[in-house]
Design a binder for this molecule. Structure first.
Ligand SMILES: NC(=O)c1ccc[n+]([C@@H]2O[C@H](COP(=O)([O-])OP(=O)(O)OC[C@H]3O[C@@H](n4cnc5c(N)ncnc54)[C@H](OP(=O)(O)O)[C@@H]3O)[C@@H](O)[C@H]2O)c1
Length: 292
């Protein structure tokens, strides 16, 4: 698996990372989650992204990968959900970091994101100060923000975040074509999330989950179905957006993970096809906002 530097953090990440949202699902056994996480590292994946809100994901990563901690870059998200502490306060960030370190069974979180707070909160509530203090204390390596649209622009302009995470996929090109180059030019590392737009081609009819439904509708409107196998088209687009270091595929299935690794090995889309993906979006998606 090829790797790239994550901005100026000094961290190096595989071009395909694992989004460990699905790993936290209670319907998955601990043993299966552990097997998938170890397989990811065996396949050369060196970025694992989780969050406080992903069910049992953090604790399973800690249990399954504690002995391999030196092999991967660990990313998580904080700012909310600490019992008895108001969300989006410096205390909540401090406690969130300490909780995550314990669950992840590690001494340091490589990339700690503020998880989708609005720009006003980001800039005025002390949450960035708390994250910077955690970095000074050696608990965090890189200060990061995950979000979309105007809030994401504010995070880039603040000059205080070293890594951003945003949706980067063929149904969500606003970020890929404007935010990613701007962030890269500012020396910020970029992690692309939802790299296959939640694989909308899996659903015959409009799915009920709101984010999946938005991408399903966009996918119908883009008219790209005939160009290439959609999973391949999507991943070879997202994994090679100039300026993005890695994209994090979400899956709890080993066969899917192996296939996704094999797909990115094929490299970027041929230029003509990449141009078609851009043109399809320009024709119908100029007003589509980034999906958190
Ligand atoms: N920061 C944020 O606010 C935020 C928001 C969303 C996501 N994320 C991060 O980004 C990661 C990925 O996002 P995501 O999972 O929402 O979107 P995604 O990676 O675009 O799509 C995931 C979906 O694609 C399916 N899939 C994966 N590989 C497949 C394959 N080879 N063939 C068929 N289906 C396949 C998965 O189903 P199976 O499980 O059946 O494989 C899963 O339901 C998350 O895990 C998380 O780490 C962050």
């Amino acid at each position: 698996m090829n790797t790239r530097l994550l901005g100026q953090t000094g961290l190096r990440v595989s071009i395909l990372g694992l989004g460990a949202g699905q790993i936290g699902d209670d319907q998955l056994s601990d043993a299966d989650a552990g097997r998938l996480l170890n397989t990811a590292l065996d396949l050369g994946i060196t970025l694992i992204d989780t969050a406080r809100s992903y069910g049992r994901s953090e604790e399973r990563i800690g249990a399954a990968l504690r002995h391999r901690r030196g092999e991967f870059v660990l990313s998580t998200k904080v700012g909310y959900g600490v019992p008895g502490v108001p969300d989006w306060t410096s205390e909540c960030v401090r406690r969130g970091i300490d909780d995550a370190l314990r669950r992840l069974q590690t001494d340091v979180i490589d990339v700690a994101h503020l998880h989708s707070c609005p720009a006003d909160v980001l800039l005025q509530s002390g949450v960035l100060d708390a994250l910077e203090e955690a970095k000074s204390a050696g608990k965090v390596r890189a200060v990061a923000y995950s979000g979309e649209n105007d809030d994401l622009v504010a995070s880039i302009l603040s000059g205080r975040v070293e890594v951003i995470q945003l949706s980067v996929n063929l149904c969500d090109q606003r970020g890929a074509r404007f935010m990613v180059p701007a962030a890269a030019a500012a020396g910020i590392g970029v992690i692309g999330k939802r790299p296959t737009a939640n694989a909308p081609w899996r659903f015959r009819a409009r799915p009920e989950r709101e984010d999946e439904a938005i991408y399903w509708e966009r996918w119908q409107a883009l008219g790209l179905r005939e160009e290439m196998d959609p999973q391949e088209l999507a991943l070879r687009f997202s994994a090679f957006v100039p300026g993005a270091a890695s994209c994090i595929t979400g899956t709890a299935r080993e066969a899917h993970l192996r296939r996704n690794c094999a797909i990115v090995e094929r490299g970027a889309l041929p230029e003509e096809l990449r141009a078609k993906v851009h043109a399809a979006f320009s024709a119908v998606g100029a007003r589509w906002l980034g999906v958190i």
